[in-house]
Design a protein around this ligand. Structure first.
Ligand code: MLT
Length: 370
């Protein structure tokens, strides 16, 4: 058989699988993968329990209308008007961030921030696309690209673009006749009301941007699986994506979509807000400890990740081994998010509160992160 040779250009394993492998069976404090630790909101549980008693056959590939309408309503207070035909219900942002590439040519040049969520790089390597890397900040007018990834709030650094900065990217995309793939998975963690939580809050973004969002972190759906992808008609890509989805996807289960609808209801938003506040409380505990220890970091204020500089010029994997072996703490090495992440390390605020308190206690006890 002839296999896809591009796979030979990938790292041997996916970042979070590698970390899971290295820490399997160990009694450790897990501040690595951004996996939620609080249960689903009560309103979501009862909606799913009820839905389980209702019989359904195949649903609409694009998602049930009741949930697409709920997504439209979720965007309205952001000042974003959507049509429900622009909303596609997914099984989470990760899948669609990869799947969307089906509708773009493999000859396209892709611009990817560095450091960033590794799915963007890996899925484009699989397709053999040319990748150019960009630092966080303003677009470089000298660099040409057809597909532009933006993750804001950024995973892993926790940085968030303001409206002017995002406007510059929208203008750049339009000038390049490019599409922006905007990953908004962490939008619910933005605290500063001046910061945008959707790219469609930026003028003209509906002409050039596809937005991916997820209930994984917002509503504790990492194991339940539901999110959405917005493909505005103005991009000219909506029908293509619909064609792709109706062929390759049979939709998210009815039970899960009823749970997602409940998560987006006014009561669901209030209940989920309490969980988000709890995680941001975890972020504060981490930041307080780092402040006390004089460790440089970013993030944590409008995002659930804290991005710190490894002490003693350690590489990020050296620091990973050090924290794991000496303090039984698991984090995520910055190099796993791209070359620009080398020398940095990510801590996740999604960990259990008691684990975070204990981990920060251990670091304080040794007075520095050593
Ligand atoms: C992360 O830790 O970066 C995320 O949990 C990964 C993901 O959402 O797939």
């Amino acid at each position: 058989m002839k296999i896809n040779d591009n796979y030979s250009r990938l790292e041997k394993s996916y970042l979070f699988s590698e970390i899971a492998r290295r820490t399997a069976g160990k009694d450790v404090l897990r501040l690595g993968i951004g996996d939620v630790t609080l249960p689903l909101a009560p309103v979501v549980i009862s909606a799913m329990q009820h839905a389980a008693t209702e019989f359904r056959g195949y649903g609409e590939e694009q998602g049930y209308k009741f949930l697409r309408d709920a997504v439209v309503d979720y965007y309205a207070p952001k000042g974003v008007g959507l049509e429900n035909s622009e909303v596609f219900i997914s099984d989470g942002a990760k899948s669609d961030l990869g799947n969307i590439l089906d509708i773009f040519s493999c000859d396209a040049t892709v611009l990817i921030p560095n450091p960033v969520y590794p799915v963007y790089v890996d899925t484009n390597i699989m397709a053999g696309r040319k990748i150019v890397y960009a630092k966080w900040g303003a677009p470089d007018p000298e660099v040409r690209a057809d597909i532009i990834y933006i993750c804001s709030p950024n995973n892993p650094t926790g940085e968030v673009y303001n409206k002017d900065e995002l406007s510059a990217w929208v203008e750049y995309a339009i000038a390049n006749n490019a599409v922006i793939l905007f990953d908004a998975a962490y939008e619910a963690f933005v605290r500063d009301p001046e910061l945008p939580t959707s790219i469609y809050q930026i003028p003209n973004a509906k002409k050039c941007a596809i937005e991916f969002c997820s209930l994984s972190k917002t509503a504790g759906f990492t194991g339940v699986r539901c999110g959405w992808t917005i493909v505005p008609h103005e991009t000219g890509l909506n029908e293509l994506w619909l064609r792709r989805q109706t062929t390759k996807f049979n939709g998210v289960s009815y039970i899960v979509q009823r749970g997602a609808q409940a998560a987006l209801s006014p009561q669901g938003v209030v209940q989920n807000r309490a969980n988000i506040d709890h995680y941001m409380g975890n972020a504060k505990i981490i930041m307080d400890a780092l402040d006390e220890l004089g460790i440089e970091y970013k993030g944590g204020k409008n995002a659930p990740y804290i991005w710190l500089k490894c002490p003693d010029n350690m590489t990020s994997w050296q620091y990973f081994d050090h924290l794991l072996n000496k303090h039984q703490i698991v984090g995520t090495p910055g190099a796993g998010f791209g070359s620009a992440g080398e020398g940095h390390f990510r801590l996740s605020a999604f960990a259990k509160r008691e684990d975070i308190v204990m981990a920060m206690g251990r670091l304080r006890e040794y007075s520095i992160l050593r």
